[in-house]
Design a binder for this molecule. Structure first.
Ligand code: PRX
Length: 571
């Protein structure tokens, strides 16, 4: 076998003839799979849950296999539909209206999914927050979105700075608590008293559904706004890329605080009525294999950082498990190393299919399909209905094999429709009708795309996007820190780690204790994944004459690379 090419998988795949389908495909035809094509009435929660709950052949099918160290639960489509109706009724009682922002700050749990669909059913906009966020991250997101209600646990409540959140009317607490203020609502009590009948709010395809905050290289995180129309592409990629069949058991390892955990951890499988595994708690390599084995997972969507962890745990471990149910593996979020693909062939006897997309794109765009050959190291080709290219800084297409900015012809179904409260940021993504991703890449003569890196300073650590500005801002809040510059430093397992360069205020002396204290300050104030793994004290931080931190220069120094143009460097 040519190591550079892994031939198409044998067997019957949902998308068998890529080139033919590509020629004739129209997104309009996908509508036929949804009941709203006949009724004219739309709600993604109806298509993902209620439609199956109303179907006598589907209602008792398990929708959710929940598995955590201390809890196991199987929930049918009918049951999940009812629980989300109850939650929608709770929201109604507290005067939630279409378009309100309702945020979830919860661990992965059955309550999360019931609440999430309850929010959608009333026509409100859901904002899921990653449970590892600390106070600053929570504050930024709830303030910017002007969230009206937050659903959280008593454990996480301490990270919610209520005094800074004038728009927040109520907090729904999941789990036993002692809070007495009338801003608090008890989840269990309210759910017990709520009817399991709810007449769903029918909305327009272009009405808001979801906000995911994500980091850029400057400023605070941005609220990427998605609408119900995204279901068209989430459904279609579920068919082609996830290759879902009715008897599949599907597992997406992403948390719903990130876009993979909603588009592919919730919508794609359930729009198809497929059984979905949700694993709560933290993972170890043993847990991963055990979940695949015990739940008889057949389709698995995960990330390079997890796969690299499995690789580093060796081949003996994987041999201890029976993974014979597994038939299809995909990866997203970071470059998938060719060595990992090669390891996958050996360990699972399966190809690992890389997929490329972003929070802003709402669904997969460039992928490796089961029916196409894989070129390890390549993200694959655009799905039918998507036009991708490489552009220069002016938005002009450039020929194959030349590096440039990866761009997508604007207007695909799941594309973000706004950046919340920030129209100019939204506009800045587009040039000449292209959505410009900020990823550098090239395409080869056969149309395969190859990722090269980010064109801005955004850091990708273990598949999570971190904005250097947020980390720098937090660092300089520490009394010892005068200035800070933050970069991503290549790391074999995590892709990149966060490295911070700081200067100290007078009166402070560098010591291991001080550096650890600064690290902990970011970890407990912002979030664990944003805490710098490396901290270096310097006499000064390089800045431009206008005061911008020259992260590029810091990075070149760190990696021993040529420093390029430094004419704007201040004296
Ligand atoms: O740099 C690309 C990288 O992750 C970025 C998007 O991050 P986020 O919005 O958090 O979404 C991640 C999951 C959808 C991209 O700009 N990225 C994503 N997929 C890949 C990737 N880099 C290389 N290969 C991929 N397959």
């Amino acid at each position: 076998m040519d190591m550079q090419r892994i031939p198409a998988r044998e067997g019957n795949h949902n998308l068998q003839n890529y080139e033919d389908v590509r020629k004739n495909f129209s997104w309009d035809n996908v509508k036929r799979n949804f009941s709203w094509d006949k009724t004219g009435k739309v709600n993604i929660a109806y298509e993902a849950l209620d439609r199956h709950a109303e179907n006598p052949d589907k209602k008792d099918k398990v929708a959710l296999i929940y598995s955590a160290p201390d809890r196991e639960e199987n929930i049918t489509f009918n049951e999940l539909s009812k629980r989300s109706n109850q939650f929608a009724n709770v929201l109604k009682k507290y005067n939630v209206k279409k378009g309100d922002r309702i945020f979830l700050f919860l661990p992965r749990s059955p309550e999360f999914y019931a609440a999430f669909f309850g929010i959608l059913k009333i026509g409100a906009i859901a904002g899921p927050l990653f449970e590892a966020f600390m106070e600053q991250a929570v504050r930024d997101r709830l303030q910017d979105s002007e969230a009206k209600i937050l659903i959280t646990t008593p454990d996480l409540l301490g990270r919610v700075p209520q005094e800074d959140l004038p728009d927040l009317e109520k907090i729904i607490l999941v789990g036993e608590h002692q809070e007495t203020g009338d801003q608090y609502i008890d989840y269990t009590k309210e759910m017990e008293n709520a009817s399991s009948e709810f007449s769903i709010e029918w909305v327009d395809l272009e009405d808001g559904m979801l906000i995911h905050y994500t980091s850029g290289s400057t400023g605070k995180p941005k609220g990427v706004y998605h609408v119900h129309n995204a279901m068209i592409q989430q459904y279609q990629t579920g068919e082609w890329v996830l290759d879902l069949k009715q008897d599949d058991v599907y597992w997406c390892t992403a948390d719903p605080g990130w876009v993979t955990g909603t588009s592919y951890g919730i919508f794609a499988p359930w729009l198809h009525g497929v059984t979905n595994v949700i694993r709560g708690g933290r993972f170890t390599p043993d847990d991963w294999y055990k979940t695949l084995q015990d739940k008889e997972v057949s389709v698995w969507y995960t990330a390079p950082t997890a796969l690299r962890m499995l690789v580093s745990n060796g081949d003996d471990l994987v041999k201890q498990y029976d993974l014979s149910s597994l038939r299809h593996i995909m990866s997203v979020g970071e470059p998938l190393n060719p060595e990992v693909v090669t390891w996958g062939l050996k360990a699972f006897n399966l190809r690992i299919h890389d997929t490329w997309w972003m929070t802003e794109t709402g669904a997969q765009l460039i992928v490796n399909l089961p029916s196409e050959e894989i070129r390890p190291g390549s993200m694959g080709k655009p799905i039918p209905g998507i036009e991708a290219t490489i552009v220069d800084n002016e938005g002009n297409e450039i020929p194959p094999n030349q590096m440039g900015n990866l761009a997508i012809k604007a207007g695909w179904p799941a594309m973000m429709r706004a950046v919340w409260n920030n129209p100019s940021k939204y506009e800045s993504y587009f040039i000449n009708g292209w959505y410009v991703s900020g990823d550098s890449a090239y395409r080869d003569e056969d149309g395969y795309f190859w990722f090269q890196g980010r064109l801005d300073d955004v850091i990708n650590t273990s598949g999570e996007r971190v904005g250097p500005f947020e980390v720098e801002s937090k660092l300089i809040e520490h009394p010892a820190v005068a200035e800070a510059g933050v970069i991503g430093k290549p790391h074999p397992e995590r892709g990149e780690i966060i490295k911070a360069f700081i200067t100290l205020n007078t009166g402070y002396v560098e010591s291991p204790e001080l550096l650890e204290d600064i690290r902990q300050f970011v970890k407990t104030g912002l979030s664990a994944h944003a805490a710098p793994r490396e901290l270096e004290v310097r006499d000064s931080i390089p800045k431009t004459r206008s005061g911008k931190i020259m992260r590029r220069l810091l990075k070149s120094w760190e990696l021993g690379l040529p420093t390029g143009d430094t004419s704007t460097l201040e004296e």
